[in-house]
Design a binder for this molecule. Structure first.
Ligand code: AR6
Length: 172
């Protein structure tokens, strides 16, 4: 618990978080399906998701947009474009903005709970430890702005990723 917000790090699949109001997509600029998180989310949500996202694309690194969740068991999907490590610069600021913008957007939409994957740490090549530190700082930096969000869950795909994020969030 940090103020009114509960922070969690769990191992799991971002498409299987049925108790959360919103999950975050590690999107591409075009908001199309892809590999990794984007592929899993679009497959689970169905083809309506790409259609709904088309008018909002393209987005820039650090930006976040919100859509319905369609076949996913959540109310909303928040799509963030993370930085490609050391190509989109400053990568740390752009990664931080993803988490901040997603949480502000969720709060504005009066959502109570949000789940994030480890944005940029797959295809976009962000080193895990660095990304975890930036993520933890970014999440903490906006907690006092939140009026509706009361649960932020980091959903890590592997046991190793979970340990690294737990350490960054000082949960060990
Ligand atoms: N649930 C939770 N985490 C996952 C899942 C899942 N189902 N699948 C993968 N991860 P990535 P990025 C982890 O590549 O680096 C896409 O093709 C994965 O192990 O999905 O931001 C898009 O189209 C890694 O730790 O996102 C973009 O072009 C983390 O989620 C590009 O990749 C992020 O991996 C975005 O790259």
């Amino acid at each position: 618990m940090e103020g009114n917000v509960q922070l969690e790090c769990v191992q799991g699949d971002i498409t299987q978080q049925g108790d959360l109001d919103a999950v975050v997509n590690a999107a591409n600029a075009e908001l199309r399906t892809g590999d990794g998180v984007a592929g899993a989310i679009h497959r689970a949500a169905g083809p309506e998701l790409e259609q709904a996202c088309r008018p909002m694309a393209p987005i820039k690194p650090g930006e976040a947009v919100i859509s319905p969740a369609f076949g996913l068991p959540n109310k909303k999907i928040i799509h963030c474009l993370g930085p490609v490590y050391n190509i989109d610069k400053p990568s740390d600021e752009l990664l931080a903005r993803c988490f901040q913008n997603a949480l502000w957007l969720a709060d504005k939409a009066r959502l109570a709970s949000v789940g994030f994957p480890a944005i940029s740490t797959g295809a976009f090549g962000y080193p895990l430890e660095e990304a975890a530190d930036v993520t933890a700082d970014a999440v903490h930096s906006v907690l006092s702005d939140l009026n509706h969000v009361t649960l932020v869950r980091m959903v890590l795909f592997s046991g190793n990723d979970l340990q690294v994020f737990r350490k960054a969030f000082r949960m060990t």
